[in-house]
Ligand binder design. Structure first.
Ligand code: FDA
Length: 389
């Protein structure tokens, strides 16, 4: 069987690529359904893009690499597509766009676009063999127990990263890239909850509050969530992409308040009150109780010197914590790192050294922040390769 192009992976990037690559495209996936990560994304509503998408929202060894694809297929282009398909959406927060209805609408839209372009989709199909030829690639695909020899001119690696192996994530794109001599940078789980020794936040599971989470590399103002295992919530997921084992993180529980000044002011106005009473106006009661096990929160404000109030404010705005690890690929939303961008054209996503070989989406060393950025990279890189083919 001859195809112009075979795309390995019917996820966000692969389907988008197929929609733009025209007829003669075969999309192959080992899953039972296409776009499974899209289906479960955003709590079932798919945070499909972000109004504020720009190159600064991505991590990569080459921070300039994503610019070309992102500017040639923008968040507005994807919003246009969603509108053309009559899918209702809303902005939730921080520019994050979600479907009003269901993430399944986005999957259905992409499959409709693939059909419109004349592409073919083979599900429950595995790659058994692959060889490069002068004229392209020879593949052996196994579908429902039957082996098919397929020849194609272009081969697109769109099998994503390693996160959530239970959903069928594999390192296939990395393996193929390596076989063809393309370097793969170190990969690690990202957008992932951070863990602490058992019992560290016992009693706080389920408590959430706004906070600023920082380290030397990045800082995010979003919700912080305490869990049985440690810390989660958008602020932690964001910072996890910038965190390495053994490093501290700093938690500011009062990112929008000049706390030392505020505490001195309250001491003047209501000095007879206990510190805990003041803090409970801003923080969940269970968190104040927990903080009281190490800080003198039962004392009256009037009994505190300026220096002690400053010390207390520092403890609450620069709370240093050292996670013991992360929850790993089991729950990570994405994989940091991947196929080295130095091996690829930023315009077409084609490998410099292997004509006809392309890599797109999460398989590439481009990782977005939480908030719709990873899908926007999948759409943009899929479009860049699809239009180049
Ligand atoms: P993707 O993972 O989508 O697709 C890869 C495809 O390849 C899959 O269909 C898989 O079955 C197939 N495949 C893998 N190995 C194979 C093999 N060996 N043989 C054949 N096929 C194989 N992002 C965002 O922007 N907004 C959001 O709301 C969310 N929410 C979210 C929730 C959860 C729970 C997760 C895990 C992730 C998100 N993400 C997200 C991240 C987003 O889902 C992710 O970045 C994109 O799906 C990446 O698109 P790709 O097409 O590169 O990979």
């Amino acid at each position: 069987m001859n195809y112009e192009t075979v795309i390995l992976g019917a996820g966000a990037a692969g389907l988008m690529c197929a929609a733009h690559a025209g007829p003669g495209v075969l999309v192959v996936d080992h899953a039972r359904a296409p776009g499974e990560k899209i289906r479960i994304s955003g709590g079932g509503r798919c945070n499909f893009t972000n109004l504020h998408t720009g190159p600064d929202n991505f991590l990569s060894a080459n921070p300039h690499f994503a610019k070309s694809a992102l500017t040639r297929y923008t968040q507005w282009d994807f919003i246009d597509l969603v509108n053309r398909h009559g899918i209702a959406w809303h902005e939730k927060t921080l520019g994050q766009l979600f479907c009003d209805g269901s993430a399944k609408q986005i999957v259905a839209m992409l499959v409709a676009e693939l059909d419109r372009a004349g592409g073919t989709l083979w599900l429950q199909t595995s790659l058994r063999d692959l060889a490069a030829r002068e004229s392209g690639f020879d593949l052996t695909l196994e579908r429902e127990g039957v082996r098919h020899a397929v020849h194609c001119r272009n081969l697109v690696l769109a099998t994503g990263g390693k996160s959530i192996p239970k959903m069928g994530a594999t390192g296939l794109a990395y393996d193929i890239a390596t076989r063809f001599g393309l370097r793969v940078t170190e990969t690690r789980p990202a957008l992932v909850p951070l863990t602490f020794p058992e019992g560290r936040f016992a009693g706080l599971a389920g408590v959430s509050c706004p906070a600023r989470l920082s380290n030397d590399r990045a800082s995010f103002d979003e919700a912080l969530l305490f869990t049985h295992r440690g810390l989660s919530g958008p602020a932690i997921l964001q910072l996890s992409s910038y965190w390495r084992e053994g490093e501290e993180i700093a938690v500011n529980l009062f990112p929008d308040l000049d706390l030392p000044t505020h505490l001195r002011e309250q001491r003047r106005r209501e000095g007879r009150r206990r510190i805990a009473t003041i803090l409970a106006r801003y923080l969940p009661a269970r968190l104040v109780q927990h903080l009281g096990t190490t800080l003198p929160l039962a004392e009256r404000l009037a009994d505190q010197s300026d220096a002690r109030l400053a010390q207390l404010a520092a403890a609450l705005t620069d709370w240093r914590l050292t996670p013991s690890g992360s929850e790993g690929y089991r729950t990570a939303e994405v994989t940091l790192g991947g196929i080295d961008t130095a091996a690829l054209s930023s315009r077409t996503l084609q490998a410099h050294a292997v004509p006809g070989l392309y890599a797109i989406g999460e398989a590439v060393d481009v990782t977005g922040w939480l908030g719709g950025y990873n899908f926007q990279w999948a759409w943009a890189s899929g479009h860049a390769a699809g239009t180049a083919i």
